[in-house]
Design a binder for this molecule. Structure first.
Ligand code: FES
Length: 577
């Protein structure tokens, strides 16, 4: 393969006109022991690492990075690893989503400002995948994604348990008095028994699948368990491939196109993917100046059957998914039905068709056949109506079929705090036909749009054996959660979206098939209530959070900061010493 001339790293390391600068750039790098020949004009590959001990899902990324480096060296490149902000879903407060955009800014500036010709993105825990793709998208160098992979299946008391999904079930059982406090604690390490990210089809595994469906990783990336030797081989091969991508000038914008997003939306339906993908794909698309909105989910996501039988929609876990053949089988099954754009190019230079059409399935109960799916019409359903003029979403595959068409009395909570204070009050006027409504949890309201939309059910109903009710909010929900949960109502309550108008006892109508979500109250009364509504706004003292609240866009636009949308390229001003 011909080597690319005029590498951007040569501006730092090989400039003939600025010998003093070159000395300074090269000399200081050499304090790490790099020999001179590594600065001979070979591609410099940045390894963008979200490793952190506070992001346990990404705790093994230094090992993965070592394998990427081996591949880069073998292909004649020079790998340099750098850390970026790592947003941990399990630890970061008030919510990791608040920091997705901050992390993306870090990624973008770190890539652009450094002597890098191509980038490997090491991604795992939920927000680390979109933040890296968003930041890298705004620079648009040759880029390849390597996910950290899921944990091994949880094993508890003779049964498998899935990350997140198991927690919601165990918590309901504890509240209902079915299990003890000690049982609950024992389940912790039984659930998380290896390195890796959540092994349900939660947001992390969904976004890993989106990376593969978009063509941004080598085939098979989504499902290989974090501790499986094949994960490390894939990292090695990705390191090798990024050097070739630099020489081919195969930039991110040549791979990610409107069509590849449409493919990703369809794949999301087939895997029963997380509702969070709606927000993250919109934000990534925005960075690459591609318009992806709820209407694309309506169009491309329509009538896609859910094939993957994984929790929270089904019964298996990511380890099973990998052993059954992983995402290539899902893509093959959609390709056979002519559902995908088959000519979309991927990072290995081949089309999505060439990569996946020969995939083999080893377990048709884990990856169902197209003709006998887990759910006929899976995916994400978009709802509209006077509560959510700019849309709301529901994941039918994780919901109760009998609640998909329902009218019920609203039980309203103005904030998460009010929900926690009142939900278990025995005098709360609520029954299983009621609809729980939570306000002020959108992008500006919480802030960061916390994953609180799958509200816990009232204790008195849990004790009666009720396990699902309709819940509506402007919040998000964990990709591992389940239930008849309507999310992302836009505009949010904090900017006086019409969810603000809902009061206790109002009747709400839901019809998922027709895509309808309405408050059955006279429109004039709704307007009057909205006009006089006083949102519960967060107490922001300044700093990044102030900037976030001032600039964050609504959920239907991807909740990116308005000034971050778009490509700003890889050009950077020379700093002359
Ligand atoms: Fe990190 Fe679930 S908490 S992937």
């Amino acid at each position: 393969m011909a080597k690319k001339k005029n590498l951007r790293s040569s501006e730092w390391f090989n400039s003939k006109n600025h010998k003093r600068d070159t000395f300074l750039h090269r000399g200081w790098m050499r304090n790490q022991g790099h020999p001179q020949h590594l600065f001979d004009g070979r591609p410099v590959i940045g390894i963008c690492n979200t490793w952190s001990e506070l992001t346990p899902c990404n705790g093994h990324f230094r090992e993965i990075s070592d394998y990427v480096k081996k591949g880069v060296y073998e292909a004649g490149g020079f790998p340099l690893e750098f850390p970026v902000f790592s947003a941990s879903e399990s630890n970061l407060r008030p919510t990791a989503m608040l920091f997705r955009n901050l992390a993306s800014m870090d990624v973008e500036e770190a890539i652009r400002g450094n002597p890098i010709d191509g980038v490997v993105l090491l991604m795992g825990c939920d927000k680390t995948t979109p933040s890296l793709l968003m930041g890298a998208g705004s620079v648009d160098l040759p880029t390849i994604g390597v996910s950290g992979g899921p944990m091994l299946n949880g094993q508890y008391q003779g049964n498998t348990i899935g990350s997140g999904t198991g927690v919601w079930k165990l918590d309901a059982d504890l509240t209902a008095g079915i299990i003890s406090e000690n049982d609950f604690i024992d389940a912790e390490i039984s659930m998380s028994r290896s390195k890796g990210n959540c092994m349900t089809m939660g947001t992390a595994s969904t976004m890993g699948s989106m990376v593969e469906a978009l063509g941004m990783s080598l085939p098979g990336n989504a499902a290989i368990p974090a501790v499986d030797s094949r994960r490390y081989s894939l990292a090695f091969m990705s390191g090798k491939r990024i050097v070739e991508m630099v020489n081919e000038d195969l930039k991110m914008s040549k791979i990610i196109t409107k069509k590849s997003f449409e493919n990703a939306i369809k794949v999301n339906g087939a895997i029963g993917g997380s509702t969070n993908a709606v927000i993250h794909l919109a934000a990534i698309a925005g960075r690459l100046e591609i318009d992806i909105g709820l209407s694309d989910w309506e169009k491309s996501g329509k009538n896609i059957p859910t094939l993957v039988n994984l929790q929270p929609s089904g019964k298996y876990l990511m380890e099973d998914f990998y052993y059954a053949g992983g995402l290539p089988v899902v893509i093959k099954r959609l390709l056979e039905k002519k559902i995908l754009h088959e000519q979309c190019i991927t990072v290995n230079g081949k089309t999505i068709f060439e990569n996946n059409i020969d995939a083999k399935c080893w377990n048709d109960d884990v990856i169902k056949k197209y003709e006998t799916p887990l759910v006929e019409n899976g995916g994400i359903k978009i709802l509209r109506g006077n509560i959510a003029p700019d849309g709301a979403i529901i994941k039918p595959s994780a919901a109760s079929p009998e609640l998909m068409k329902h009218k019920g009395k609203a039980v309203v909570f103005e904030s998460v705090e009010e929900l926690h204070n009142k939900i278990d009050n025995p005098n709360l006027d609520v029954d299983e036909n009621s609809i729980l409504v939570l306000k002020n949890c959108g992008p500006k309201g919480y802030p960061g749009m916390a994953e609180v939309g799958n509200m816990r059910l009232p204790q008195k109903l849990l004790k009666k054996g009720i396990r699902d009710m309709i819940r509506i909010s402007d919040a998000r929900m964990s990709g591992t959660a389940y239930g008849t949960v309507i999310l992302h109502t836009s505009p949010e309550t904090a900017v006086k979206g019409p969810l603000a108008a809902v009061q206790n006892g109002d009747i709400i109508e839901l019809d998922v098939e027709r895509g309808v979500l309405n408050l059955l109250v006279d429109e004039k009364i709704i307007k009057k209530r909205v006009d006089s509504y006083k949102p519960v706004l967060p107490d922001i003292k300044g700093g990044y959070q102030k900037m976030y609240v001032d600039h964050v866009m609504q959920a239907d636009k991807g909740a990116d900061l308005d000034f971050l949308v778009g490509k700003r390229g890889d050009k950077v001003k020379r700093y002359s010493h």
